[in-house]
Design a protein around this ligand. Structure first.
Ligand SMILES: Nc1ncnc2c1ncn2[C@@H]1O[C@H](COP(=O)(O)OP(=O)(O)O)[C@@H](O)[C@H]1O
Ligand SMILES: [Mg+2]
Length: 211
């Protein structure tokens, strides 16, 4: 584990809605959590959709967040504390989870499904940027999913260490995948549930399916 602690790990899953991105992350993270490779998973979870799939309670208050840390899977539903202000809620959660991860001093992961909602091509919120840029120092890794990769800030793209590509059809989205070495024709021929995963540093490729 200690060898990995300073290694940056940013996993980005892309694909149209219902192609399997969320299922992918849940399986990937739970497997690593059960293998004790992750001490805590921090999931930003409006409406508690991932909590429901994982069969855990959502955390809605600061006390509940702390309690969830002891269990190791934190699904934060921001409704009670932020009443629909997801931007502020997301900043809060990134800041809180980052401080908690540092305190734990063990491998952790931040999960931001549908990341397009919380950043733009112009701006990445500072608390999120901290996770991406400095998290590796503390064993923190990031997992992001989006159906519109072309709308991601370029600073995120530059940090991706694993690009997990499900079916996409839109021209600009396909171009984005090409930048990771996956040809548009391949992406367009993927069945729902199937993916191609590329490590942009080693250019290693893996194919799989979640259903
Ligand atoms: N074995 C399966 N075969 C077909 N569809 C499945 C299977 N398991 C799950 N699904 C469906 O796959 C869909 C995609 O899941 P999800 O990971 O939430 O997609 P995404 O996050 O990309 O929108 C869900 O609607 C779910 O009902
Ligand atoms: Mg999803």
């Amino acid at each position: 584990m200690s060898d990995d602690r300073t290694e940056l790990r940013v996993t980005l899953a892309v694909g149209v809605s219902r192609c399997g991105k969320t299922i992918f992350f849940l399986r990937y993270l739970v497997a690593r959590f059960q293998a004790k490779q992750l001490r805590c998973i921090f999931i930003f979870d409006p409406r508690g959709l991932m909590a429901a799939q994982l069969g855990v309670n959502v955390a809605e208050t600061e006390d509940e967040l702390e309690l969830a840390v002891t269990d190791g899977i934190v699904c934060f539903d921001p409704e009670v504390l932020f009443q629909g202000d997801h931007e502020r809620a997301f900043d809060f959660f990134c800041t809180w989870s980052y401080a908690t991860a540092q305190r734990l001093g063990a491998a952790t992961a931040l999960v931001a499904d549908e990341i397009w909602q919380y950043q733009s091509r112009q701006k990445v919120p500072l608390p999120l940027a901290r996770w991406i840029k400095d998290g590796a120092k503390y064993g923190c890794e990031c997992c992001f999913a989006t159906h519109e990769p072309q709308l991601l800030n370029s600073s995120i793209k530059g940090h991706v260490t694993e690009f997990v590509c499900f079916y996409l059809q839109e021209k600009q989205a396909l171009e984005y995948c090409r930048q990771f070495g996956i040809e548009p024709d391949e992406v367009k021929s993927l069945a729902n549930g199937s993916f191609i995963s590329r490590d942009p540093r080693t250019r290693g490729e893996l194919r799989g399916k979640v259903f």
